[in-house]
Design a protein around this ligand. Structure first.
Ligand SMILES: [Zn+2]
Length: 86
């Protein structure tokens, strides 16, 4: 579980990087073709929008981790699928 500031622990980062290591090496950035991806240490979530564009508080959230390429292109992965526990 990420800490109170929403940051991944070292163990969580290592677990995520280990699970995706082979896949990330083989996957070049679609923008700059770099195969170097950096895992950011924050957990984020998309927000559910309601009719009219309002935010819904209290709805389930979908924790995601971000990998950023050298050009800034960002990929999101399900934190739950990667073993993060909330
Ligand atoms: Zn790139």
């Amino acid at each position: 579980m990420p800490n109170i500031e929403g940051k991944l622990t070292l163990e969580e980062r290592q677990g995520i990087e280990s699970r995706l290591a082979d896949k990330m090496k083989m996957s070049a950035c679609p923008i700059c073709a770099s195969s170097k991806w950096t895992l950011l240490d924050m957990v984020v979530t998309p927000t559910t929008l309601r009719a009219g564009g309002g935010f819904a508080t209290g709805d389930p959230v979908f924790p995601q981790v971000m990998f950023v390429s050298e050009c800034g292109y960002t990929r999101y992965f399900s934190g739950t699928t990667l073993g993060l526990i909330f």
